[in-house]
Design a protein around this ligand. Structure first.
Ligand code: I3P
Length: 107
């Protein structure tokens, strides 16, 4: 699965709150490959990012869920990773949000 999403970092992989400098929403082209969610600037750029980086998120034992507590934006889901990092992802509609959630949770 792949497509454009907005992403916000909330909690770092050490379980600490992401510092203010890096809490903003940013657009990425997301693609799922080999249980890793790669976040690139566009669909052209090859993925040269290190797995485990915030732009190459390991999905083994990760969990995605609609972020019903986050009301500032629509179609947002939360992704919690096995190493305690937490991200919010905004998709362009509800169906896409559900598709991302199901795909992430089923792999
Ligand atoms: C962040 C940005 C985010 C905001 C975040 C800010 O500042 O405004 O949109 O999250 O608030 O820290 P910056 O642009 O300087 O990175 P929300 O959109 O969720 O409010 P937060 O610190 O409460 O997460």
């Amino acid at each position: 699965m792949q497509g454009y999403v907005m992403r916000k970092c909330c909690v770092e992989s050490d379980g600490k709150r992401t510092p203010f400098m890096r809490r903003g929403w940013k657009a990425y082209y997301a693609s799922l490959r080999d249980m890793v969610l790669y976040l690139q600037k566009n669909d052209q750029q090859p993925a040269t990012i290190l797995v485990g980086d915030t732009n190459a998120i390991r999905l083994h034992h990760a969990f995605a869920q609609e972020a019903t507590d986050y009301r500032k934006r629509q179609h947002v889901f939360r992704l919690k990773t096995a190493d305690w990092a937490e991200y919010l992802f905004q998709t362009s509609d509800n169906d896409l949000m559900k598709k991302w959630i199901d795909t992430i949770n089923l792999i």
